[in-house]
Design a protein around this ligand. Structure first.
Ligand SMILES: Nc1ncnc2c1ncn2[C@@H]1O[C@H](COP(=O)(O)OP(=O)(O)OP(=O)(O)O)[C@@H](O)[C@H]1O
Length: 349
């Protein structure tokens, strides 16, 4: 990798809650290349937002170091802030300006001339499909429209890196798909590095070039989604035998061929996980026939990132947190949706 645009070494954050230490992030090591699209995936409380908030200078680390766009997040905060865009979990609902004026104000925060800000605002209005809304008040926008505006606000100063904390949480599926189209299009055009957190497994799987899975403050997997799935989880094979006696005869055959632990679904159905299950299936069918326990039906499901999480932690991502609705932010973490360089409200923490 050429000089990474984001690096972290041993980055850690411990909060004190009711006089007890809470290790939110432990020893985060990270290298992100310029132009990469990286997703942080993990259950509620895994430490994703805390990591992003440290990388964006919103929160000082307890220990460790990080550099973003060539600058140290602790000693060169202002330079980091000028080089990055940050869109947090909140949204811009509280603002009462019109959409285009909101963008111009954001440009002014970054010290842009009015002319430059206007040119860039119009560019973003165009590429984020906000044209019909440019003269509308921010308050009246829908959730998806507000998120698109947030992203435009995060990009007004043409940052090299864009951090998005759960950009699509709370949006309906159509607005999520639309938002992603815009994120991908922006990337295609500008090559901006995008680092985001999400609860949605499918999003990370489909759009991220690299997925970091976080659990209990630690990164437990870091690779392209397809390799995580093929190497850390297997295909899920479900074999239905039609009757329990046949299942009893067939189960050891399935276990031997797949080398996996079989799991009983019901008295006549078992499930097992196996690598390259599609290659295994014909032999499995033959072996069961020969053993006198022919399968009545066989289903094969390719692994998901949830299976990866399950194989790494023994828990399902879907059980460990609500993946469909936004978590309520703790009062301590309440902050603006979009970072502006003038606000240093997290400095003292
Ligand atoms: N400001 C804070 N004060 C005290 N504890 C905090 C604070 N912010 C986060 N934590 C704790 O740190 C841990 C990690 O939280 P964090 O918000 O980083 O997780 P997350 O993976 O982003 O979760 P979510 O998906 O719910 O946003 C949790 O135990 C959380 O309660």
């Amino acid at each position: 990798m050429d000089t990474p645009i984001i690096t972290a070494r041993g980055l850690s954050k411990t909060f004190t809650v009711a006089r007890r230490p809470v290790a939110a992030v432990t020893d985060l090591d990270l290298d992100v290349a310029e132009g990469e699209l990286v997703a942080f995936l993990g259950p509620n409380g895994a430490g994703k937002s805390t990591s992003i908030r440290m990388l964006t200078t919103l929160l000082p680390a307890t220990s460790g170091t990080a550099r973003v766009a060539g600058y140290d997040v602790a000693s060169e905060r202002s330079r980091v802030r000028h080089a990055i865009g940050y869109v947090g979990q909140g949204n811009s609902a509280g603002h009462n300006q019109r959409v285009r004026d909101e963008l111009l104000s954001q440009g002014a925060f970054y010290g842009m001339t009015r002319r430059d800000a206007a040119r860039r605002a119009d560019e973003l209005i165009d590429s984020l499909d906000l044209g019909a809304l440019a003269g509308r008040g921010v308050m009246g926008l829908s959730g998806g429209q507000k998120r698109r505006l947030d992203i435009a606000l995060g990009l007004i100063h043409t940052p090299r890196v864009l951090f998005l904390d759960e950009p699509s949480t709370g949006l309906d599926p159509q607005s999520r798909a639309n938002l992603w189209e815009h994120i991908l299009e922006l990337r295609r055009k500008s090559g901006t590095t995008v680092f985001l957190t999400t609860h949605y497994l499918e999003e990370a799987d489909q759009f991220a070039e690299r997925v970091l899975i976080m659990d209990q403050g630690r990164v437990i997997a870091d690779d392209v989604a397809s390799r995580l799935k093929s190497e850390l989880a297997g295909d899920v094979i479900t074999v239905g035998f039609g009757d329990p006696a046949r299942a009893e005869t067939g189960t050891p055959v399935v276990a031997r061929l797949t080398g996996g632990d079989t799991e009983q679904v019901d008295s006549a159905t078992i499930r097992v996980t196996a690598k390259a299950g599609d290659v295994l299936l014909p032999a499995l069918v033959r072996a069961l026939d020969e053993a006198g326990a022919p399968a009545a039906r066989i289903a094969l499901r390719e692994p998901t990132l949830d299976d990866v999480f399950l194989s790494l932690t023994g828990r399902s991502l879907r059980d460990t947190g609500d993946t469909s609705s936004p978590p309520s932010p703790s009062p301590e973490s309440a902050e603006p949706a979009v970072l502006v360089p003038a606000h240093d409200r997290s400095e003292s923490r």
